[in-house]
Ligand binder design. Structure first.
Ligand code: FMN
Length: 300
C-alpha cells in the first residue's frame, strides 16, 4: 500500500483516507468491522471546552440523497475527552486528529492550550458548526471572524492547525484565503450545508432548531466545486470531503486538489466504505502505473 502513503502538513499517513468528525465517534464503534490501523487517520467528534448535552428533539433525518443532522455538538468536554477517549484513540495506531468547536474565542483557546500537552497529530478547527445556537457558525461565515479565531489559535497551538470550512461561508475562496493568511497550516472542506425538513402532518419543522446540516451524496458536486476553487487560490494542503461514498468519488476530490479526503455520512450506510475506498485507490494506482497517489492531486 506504499503508493497511497501521504504527507499532510507534518503528518505522514498510511493513505489519504480519514474518517470524518461526528461520524466515527472516538474510533471504538467501528473496531468490530475492521482494524482502524488500516485508515490514514481518525478525526474525533467535535470537542468543546465544556461538556455539551446536544440538542433536544429529532437529531437525524434521512432525505432521498443525504442526511440532515442537528446533533448540537454533544460531547463530554475537552478534559474528559483527553482523560478518557484520547488514550483509546492513540492506541488505534493511525493518525489522530482532534476536532475542536467553540462558542467563543476563549473557549477555543482554552481547549487548544489543554491539547498542547497531548500526543496528537493535528487539530481540525471547526469554525463551522451550524447546529449550536450561539457563536460557532458565525466564525465560519464571515472571513474577518474566521481570521481572528485562526490567528489567535495559531499563536498558542504547538500542533499544526487544519481549519474546517463551512460551505455556508459568504465566499468560500475569500474564507480560505483569510484562514491561510491568518496562519492555518491546512484546510478541510466542507462541513454540512444548511437544510430544512417539514413534517407536513404536524405542520411543523422537524428540528427544534429549525435548520439542520445536510451531508451525504446530495452535497458531493457542490463540495467538489468548492475544493477545486479553493485549491486554485491557496498554497496550503486541503482535505476534501462532502458526500464521498466510493473510491471514484475520493479520486475526484484528489484530482480537484485534495491531498487527503474524509469519509463521513457513508460510514453510517456502509461501515466498510473507508476500506473499500483504500483498496479501490490502491488498485487504480497499480493499474495506471502510478507510484504515488500524490501525482493525482489537482490534476484537473
Ligand atoms: C451526525 C453527524 C455529526 C457531525 N458532527 C460533526 C462535528 O462534531 N464536527 C465537525 O466538524 N463536523 C461534524 N459533522 C460533519 C462531517 O464531519 C462532514 O463535514 C459532513 O458530514 C460532510 O461530509 P459527508 O457528506 O461525507 O458526511 C457531522 C456530520 C454528521 C452527519
Amino acid at each position: 500500500m506504499s503508493r497511497l502513503k501521504t504527507k499532510f502538513m507534518n503528518t505522514v499517513m498510511k493513505n489519504p483516507v480519514v474518517v470524518a468528525s461526528g461520524t466515527y465517534g472516538y474510533g471504538e464503534e467501528y473496531v468490530g468491522y475492521y482494524d482502524p490501523a488500516l485508515l490514514g487517520g481518525v478525526c474525533s467528534k467535535g470537542i468543546t471546552r465544556y461538556p455539551k448535552p446536544g440538542n433536544d428533539g429529532i437529531r437525524l433525518w434521512e432525505t432521498p440523497s443525504g442526511l440532515l443532522n442537528s446533533i448540537g455538538l454533544e460531547n463530554p468536554g475537552i478534559e474528559v475527552f483527553i482523560e478518557k477517549h484520547l488514550k483509546k484513540m492513540n492506541s488505534l495506531n493511525t493518525a489522530v486528529i482532534v476536532n475542536i468547536g467553540g462558542n467563543t474565542i476563549d473557549e477555543y483557546l482554552e481547549s487548544v492550550e489543554l491539547l498542547n500537552g497531548c500526543n496528537i497529530d493535528f487539530i481540525e478547527l471547526n469554525i463551522s458548526c451550524p447546529n449550536v445556537k450561539v457563536g460557532g457558525m458565525a466564525f465560519g461565515i464571515k472571513a474577518e471572524s474566521a481570521a481572528e479565531v485562526v490567528s489567535k489559535v495559531r499563536k498558542i497551538s504547538k500542533h499544526k492547525i487544519m481549519v474546517k470550512l463551512s460551505p455556508n461561508a459568504e465566499n468560500i475562496v475569500e474564507m480560505a484565503k483569510a484562514c491561510e493568511d491568518s496562519g492555518a497550516d491546512g484546510l478541510s472542506l466542507v462541513n454540512t450545508f444548511q437544510g430544512m425538513a417539514i413534517d407536513i402532518d404536524k405542520k411543523k419543522t422537524v428540528f427544534d432548531n429549525l435548520y439542520a446540516g445536510l451531508s451525504g451524496p446530495a452535497i458531493k458536486p457542490i463540495a467538489l466545486r468548492m475544493v477545486h476553487q479553493v485549491y486554485k487560490n491557496v498554497n496550503i494542503p486541503i482535505m476534501g470531503l462532502g458526500g464521498i461514498s466510493t473510491w471514484q468519488d475520493a479520486l475526484e476530490f484528489i484530482m480537484a486538489g485534495a491531498t487527503a479526503i474524509q469519509i463521513g455520512t457513508t460510514n453510517f450506510i456502509n461501515p466498510m466504505a473507508p476500506i473499500e475506498i483504500i483498496q479501490g485507490l490502491e488498485k487504480y494506482c497499480e493499474e495506471n502505473n502510478v507510484e504515488s497517489i500524490g501525482e493525482f492531486v489537482g490534476v484537473v
